[in-house]
Ligand binder design. Structure first.
Ligand code: ARG
Length: 460
């Protein structure tokens, strides 16, 4: 591979070895920031002119050159040369090739250290917006399913044992709440990240009379970094986004796990649409929840990206070190992975068919209404602990006699406590169990309605 002549070659007697050059190069992955790099350079050139460091003619020449490069890359007329060291060197060298001497003035009062930092922040900002929209699309899909299932009764679980009856909407809305917090975290990280490092230069600032407020404003940053060393060496925003991504993926992974379980014949609570499932090459009957399994699997990958980033930064002295070039691949991988997962997740949820009857049947068997039977006794005047003990004995009796609470005759109930009456059967019906859970945040209809309204308002 023939390499470009280095802009920094002046100080060296022999050229960089080809092995070292390949090892050092980041163009294969940082080329995806070409738009941000050109926009950053445009803002920089504009500022240099506003401060009298470039003439208007020089600025116009540079801006026209950069615009040409932008359009040509966009239209596929200019290919990003893999022989360049990185995207910053590539853009600057093409600019100089095209417009001559003025191109060489662009890098005045700038370093690649602040340049890469501003590019990366701008890139992350654009991607953050897309990811926030992606999470909202999933929330919206979950919300629609919740609205369609406000009276779909299912078992709620603890320890993966049937615990108490709930409505499916309530279960789904638990995920909506997690995802709402995820959006919140992303928005928060985006706000903290939106500070321009441009103008920090190599690390110490510059002797030119620049104005960093001009570039910050032009590039839609809320402010500029107050410490130039911090400006070039801070990668907190990468760690923050990847942490938020990891939490988001953890939520999607838990949800995926449940979808996989619910899709099994053992549960048969939901059926994923054919368009979001795959078959087996050998077992003709199989319908696999591959999308959910992949989301669960890719969660590990995003955690790995976060750890790679934390480990790169750990122990790095100030300010810029080449180690920091390693920030990009893990960040990009995390971004790509999260986006792909969100993209498949929303329609997978929207098209999921809910098997209401099976959910109901699963809630009927067993002793899911035992708490409600104890509550029945409490409402008739028994202290809770005593009521709990009586119901426990009745459950034991039912298990021994292969029956359930709903089928046990009243006379037998009476042998455990005189307080029992015919109204007990209604008190432990699944509908009563669900509809009378009136506490705030419970599975009762009022609370579910409140939750739906909350999520709807959040999406507005
Ligand atoms: N490709 C480099 C990176 O991604 C750009 C910054 C290079 N700065 C330097 N001082 N060598 O980090």
């Amino acid at each position: 591979m023939s390499k470009m002549e280095k802009m920094w070659a002046g100080r060296f007697e022999t050229a960089l070895s080809e092995i070292a050059d390949d090892f050092n190069s980041s163009i294969s992955f940082d080329k995806r920031m070409w738009k941000q790099d050109i926009k950053g350079s445009m803002a920089h050139a504009g500022m240099l002119c506003a401060k009298g460091i470039l003439t208007e003619a020089e600025r116009d020449n540079i801006l026209a050159g950069l615009e040409g490069i932008y359009n040509d890359i966009e239209n596929g007329k200019l290919e990003i040369d893999s022989a360049a060291e990185d995207i910053h060197m590539f853009v600057e060298s093409v600019l100089t090739e095209r417009i001559g001497q003025d191109g060489k003035k662009l890098h005045t009062a700038r370093s690649r250290n602040d340049q890469v930092a501003v590019d990366l922040r701008m890139y992350m900002r654009d991607e953050a917006d897309l990811i926030i929209d992606g999470v909202k699309a999933v929330i919206s899909a979950v919300l629609e399913q919740a609205k369609a299932n406000t009276d779909t009764i299912m078992p709620g679980y603890t320890h993966l044992q049937r615990a108490q009856p709930i409505v499916f909407a309530h279960h789904l809305l638990a995920y909506a709440m997690m995802l709402v917090r995820d959006v919140d975290r992303l928005v928060d990280a985006r706000r903290r990240m939106n500070v321009s490092p441009l103008g920090s230069c190599a690390l110490a600032g510059t002797t030119y009379n620049t104005d960093r407020a001009i570039t910050a404003e032009k590039l839609d940053f809320d402010s500029y970094s107050l410490n130039s060393i911090d400006g070039v060496s801070d990668r907190d925003f990468c760690v923050e986004f990847m942490s938020a991504f990891s939490i988001l993926m953890m939520h999607l992974s838990r949800f995926s796990e449940e979808i996989i379980l619910w899709s099994s014949w053992e549960f048969a609570f939901v059926e994923l649409d054919d368009s979001f499932t795959t078959g087996s090459s050998i077992m003709p009957q199989k319908k696999n929840s591959d999308m959910a399994e992949l989301v669960r699997g890719k969660t590990g990958r995003v955690y790995g990206d976060l750890f790679a980033m934390l480990t790169v930064l750990k122990g790095l002295p100030l300010a810029y070190n080449k180690d920091m070039q390693e920030d990009k691949e893990s960040l990009f991988d995390a971004i790509d992975t999260v986006k792909a997962c969100l993209e498949v997740f929303a329609p997978m949820i929207s098209t999921m068919r809910v098997k209401r009857d099976n959910m109901y049947k699963a809630a009927q068997k067993g002793f899911i209404n035992a708490t409600d039977l104890a509550d029945y006794l409490v409402k008739k005047g028994k202290p809770f602990r005593e009521a709990y003990k009586i119901v426990g004995t009745i459950v034991g009796h039912c298990v021994k006699n292969d029956t359930v609470l709903d089928d046990l005759p009243l006379e037998e109930y009476k042998s455990f406590s005189e307080v029992f009456d015919t109204d007990l059967y209604d008190a432990i019906s699944l509908e009563t169990c669900v509809n009378t859970r009136i506490s705030q945040g419970g599975t009762g209809p009022e609370s579910v309605k409140t939750q739906i309204e909350f999520v709807e308002n959040f999406l507005k």
